[in-house]
Design a protein around this ligand. Structure first.
Ligand SMILES: NC(=O)c1ccc[n+]([C@@H]2O[C@H](COP(=O)([O-])OP(=O)(O)OC[C@H]3O[C@@H](n4cnc5c(N)ncnc54)[C@H](OP(=O)(O)O)[C@@H]3O)[C@@H](O)[C@H]2O)c1
Length: 311
């Protein structure tokens, strides 16, 4: 099978197209023929030697990628049979290996793809959608009639977070630049704020939750908008504790977060997709042999919705 192997950390030239034997299956795994792969900033961070590179650096071969949609071709699990169409977030935060024509996946990381959506849509609705769902529901405990501000509402995580928060009945404001204002409003946000202006500074300090997908000075700009005992969830903060420290000095809770592969949460996401509660926006579909173009698109930092690679 064809796969893209990361020889060592560095730039896109480290992504090497290679012929590998089909992966062998452990008990509880299925072999999935990949139809579509979702590309995420964590792929680039890991390629650059950050993200979860340290954890994976001794893997040989090291194959990037964590979200996919495809067809089961072999099964060592009672959950799926050959021919099932499945999607999910594979082994996160571990070795996902989805940049390949075939992937050995724990059956517990997969759910059946709803018949009313394509493999592209399903692949788009794994890592970013689970991040939005787990951070808003499990960590933030978002409730109806709460007020939430979602940064980078036009991005991969943000566009799902808006849809989930609206589904849960919250008042939702979202940031992006002016060029993505109409897109952010089309997702159902109650208010758009252009982060390139002082619109954020003019907001009242009555948000229950801010969901930050940007980090850096967005954390500082968000803290004054959160009511006492409110919550700031910083998705890109990783091991950086500054969000927790800055928030507690201001009488709010500052939380970091890492998404995890989870069967039950994926079932919710699949139901949301099936019922039209989540509608992934795919801005680009790129061929497998042009992975460097997919990475360049994400690296630019202005993706609207998701970038998908097709096989
Ligand atoms: N901790 C975890 O488990 C986890 C999980 C998923 C993602 N993440 C991290 O979360 C971050 C976001 O991921 P993503 O996939 O959503 O990224 P993305 O899709 O690449 O985000 C792109 C979007 O960000 C917007 N944007 C850029 N700068 C902004 C700013 N200063 N304020 C507001 N919006 C801004 C852009 O809008 P404009 O073009 O209008 O500027 C664009 O639409 C990444 O750092 C990623 O690694 C972490």
């Amino acid at each position: 099978m064809r796969a893209i192997v990361l020889k060592k950390n560095g730039n896109v030239n480290q992504l090497n197209y290679t012929e590998l034997p089909l992966p062998s299956l452990k008990e509880g795994e299925v072999l999935v023929q990949t139809k579509a792969i979702g590309i995420n900033p964590i792929d680039l961070k890991t390629k650059d030697g950050k993200g979860i590179y340290i954890k994976l650096q001794d893997e040989n071969p090291l194959i990037l990628g964590w979200e996919l949609s495809g067809v089961v071709t072999q099964s060592r699990s009672e959950k799926f049979i050959e021919g099932d169409e499945v999607f999910g977030l594979i082994n996160f935060p571990g070795h996902g290996k989805t940049y390949a024509e075939y992937v050995a996946c724990p059956a517990t990381d997969l759910v059946k793809k709803p018949s009313n959506c394509s493999h592209f849509e399903a692949a788009a609705t794994s890592l970013a959608a689970l991040t939005a769902y787990q951070s808003l529901v499990h960590l933030g405990g978002l409730k109806s009639e709460q007020k939430i501000l979602i940064h980078a509402a036009s991005g991969g995580v943000g566009h799902f977070a808006v849809q989930i928060a609206k589904h849960l009945g919250a008042y939702v404001a979202g940031t992006s630049s002016e060029k993505n204002k109409e897109f952010v409003l089309s997702l159902g946000t109650d208010k758009h704020l252009d982060y390139k202006t002082d619109e954020l500074e003019k907001e009242h300090n009555d948000y229950d939750i801010v969901l930050d997908m940007v980090g850096g000075d967005t954390i500082d700009r968000s803290i004054p908008l959160i009511k006492k005992e409110g919550i700031l969830i910083s998705i890109p903060s990783g091991k950086n504790n500054s969000v927790t420290e800055k928030a507690s000095k201001n009488g709010i809770k500052g939380l970091k977060f890492t998404v995890k592969s989870d069967e039950n949460d994926m079932k919710v996401i699949a139901d949301y997709l099936q019922d039209g509660i989540l509608k992934p926006h795919i801005s680009k579909i790129i061929e497998f042999n042009a992975m460097e173009d997919a990475h360049a698109q994400i690296a630019a930092g202005h993706t609207v919705g998701k970038v998908i690679v097709k096989l």
